[in-house]
Design a protein around this ligand. Structure first.
Ligand code: ARG
Length: 413
């Protein structure tokens, strides 16, 4: 039989896929479980995969690579999709595609498979990732080709003598990794409905969070977080720590109507305490270390980068170009940010950076002012020149009208 490598989560869909690919499609299935953190199925993947008839189950711990090479570059870029979603799932997919291709090569497989439906973004990210890395590999998507209801899947497995105790069907469709958790479907499909408490698992509600705030100090070097409260810390322990502490204080909840690449609007509940804290602190550090022109252009680039990630174009020249720009912007983004976590809010309360552009002697209203206030007059004269000339030559008499348009209430009184 030809060999196939399946991206295997250990859930019902991909467990059914093992059997289906074997029986219906005639493949020897290598189940590849990629651990990017937080999966509840992690302890049972090997036994379930083997029970479902996999030739072998391969588990790769990809947590460190995921945070270091996918989540943190997105953090340095400020990549957040539609000003809300820190891209947890979207960032994990290209890593999974890469590992699928690597293992396919190592095992001499001619095909790879994933459990995505035909309605989401994940199929796009997997398919394009695999296609760009090795166009000769065949891609099979059992759930997209042959969607089976939950009961049908369980019957199908039973029919083949596979008896796994599946728990009760959860009320939502969940995906989670170290960078965040998403919940979709069920009652969440009604955008008017407030998410029920069970939609959240990583975070307490603001009401249930402690009354006393917690403080964290995050140190960045060239845009990458490297210290916690003054101590060096690796990427994975840092993110785990901030997820726990942030979650306890109710930080990191998002309720978002999102535009999928395939044109569907979808209601998403996200929990991403670490991502939110790290983005908030990183933005504050950039406020200290980048010029206003850099901040302005970088914002545009970050939006573009977030879309590229969301839309499955990780392995592209466009990404390489953006990454080069981002890396260049981060060369002075080093320093420490203090964040207060309290009742659902992550608030920046302290900043310091050796190469800070903030100059107290220029900003101060106290003694020690080095700013020359008399120079402002000449500056304003030149800065307002075009506006003054245009007002005199073209707009005389019309500017008062503009005022009325802006303030209709005034006119009535
Ligand atoms: N909407 C998010 C995204 O497209 C989360 C998707 C979660 N995936 C899933 N298979 N449940 O990245």
């Amino acid at each position: 039989m030809p060999k196939l490598v399946l991206a295997y989560s250990g859930g019902l869909d991909t467990t059914t896929a093992i059997k289906w690919l074997n029986v219906e499609q005639g493949y020897d299935v290598i189940a590849l479980n990629i651990d990017v953190g937080k999966s509840r199925e992690q302890p049972v993947v090997e036994s379930r995969g083997m029970a479902a008839g996999a030739l072998k189950v391969r588990v790769i711990d990809a947590k460190e690579d995921f945070i270091r090479y996918f989540a943190f570059p997105a953090l340095a870029a400020g990549a957040v999709y539609q000003d809300a979603y820190p891209l947890a799932t979207a960032l994990a997919r290209p890593l999974m595609a890469k590992l699928l291709v690597d293992v396919a090569h190592e095992q001499g497989a001619s095909a790879v498979a994933h459990g995505c439906t035909g309605k989401g973004n994940d199929q796009v990210r997997f398919d394009i990732g695999v296609m760009t890395l090795d166009p000769t590999l065949k891609i099979v998507a059992p759930t997209r080709e042959n969607a089976m209801a939950r009961e049908t899947q369980i019957e199908y497995l039973n029919k083949h003598g596979i008896d796994i105790p599946w728990g009760a069907k959860g009320p939502f469709s969940i995906d989670e990794n170290l960078w965040g958790r998403s919940a979709e479907a069920g009652v969440l499909e009604d955008p008017w409905q407030e998410p029920p408490p069970e939609a959240y698992e990583w975070t307490r509600s603001a009401e249930d969070a402690p009354g006393t705030p917690a403080y964290v100090e995050i140190g960045y070097e060239h845009g990458m977080p490297v210290t916690l409260n003054g101590e060096e810390i690796g990427p994975v322990p840092l993110v785990e720590y901030l997820n726990d502490l942030g979650g306890t204080h109710g930080v990191g909840r998002l309720d978002h109507i999102e535009d999928r690449l395939v044109g569907i609007k979808s209601r998403e509940i996200y929990e991403a305490p670490a991502a939110i804290i790290l983005h908030t602190a990183h933005r504050a550090l950039e406020g200290m270390t980048l010029s206003k022109q850099q901040i302005k252009l970088k914002k545009t680039v970050a939006t573009e980068y977030a879309e590229l990630i969301y839309n499955g174009l990780w392995f592209s020249a466009h990404h390489q170009d953006i990454a080069a720009y981002i890396a260049s912007t981060q060369r002075h983004v080093s320093g420490t940010i203090r964040v207060r976590l309290h009742r659902g809010q992550a608030t920046v309360v302290g900043r310091k950076a050796e190469e800070s552009l903030y100059d107290r002697s220029l900003a101060t209203y106290d003694r020690g002012d080095t700013y020359d206030q008399t120079a402002a007059v000449g500056f304003i004269n030149i800065w307002g020149l075009q506006t003054r000339v245009q007002a005199r030559k073209q707009l005389l008499g019309t500017l008062a009208e503009t005022l009325k348009i802006a303030m209709p209430q005034e006119e009535q009184s």
